[in-house]
Write a protein of this length. Structure first.
Length: 136
């Protein structure tokens, strides 16, 4: 075989390996109901934090365990346990995406993504109020 053929085969093999690993590591967005039905499979669950229930976080005992209650888009509430420290400004988040698996009655997250309120929204509303009051 020519040198160019060997290089082409190696490049194709690497590309296939990347594609296969990407597909196997991907997970889908789903509500808690789907995650419960397919326990052990990784899902992205979108929801809102239930601020009426307390957080589970005691850094003196285990700084890498954070728990909270989340309500998904279908209104199902589950306890979420995250192997990591409590994210900064967690209580202020508008929406949460947890990535992980159902284990029993708890969702074990390996990643927590937050959509926090924009710091610019308040300023724009204040500016709009100021503009509208000066025009009146």
């Amino acid at each position: 075989m020519k040198k160019i053929h060997i290089i082409a085969i190696v490049v194709i093999a690497i590309a296939l390996a990347v594609i296969v690993s990407t597909i196997s590591n991907s997970s889908t967005y789903a509500p808690f109901k789907t995650a419960i039905e397919n326990e052990g499979k990784t899902y992205h669950v979108v929801g809102k934090l239930n601020l009426e229930k307390e957080f589970i976080y005691n850094p003196e005992v285990n700084a890498n365990l954070f728990g909270f209650y989340m309500v998904d888009s279908e209104g199902i509430e589950k306890k979420v346990l995250y192997n990591g420290s409590k994210p900064q400004d967690f209580e202020r988040s508008e929406q949460i995406v947890v990535v992980g698996k159902m284990e029993g009655d708890e969702f074990h997250a390996n990643q927590v993504l937050m959509k926090c309120p924009s710091k610019y929204n308040g300023n724009q509303q204040d500016q709009m109020k100021a503009v509208s009051s000066t025009n009146s």
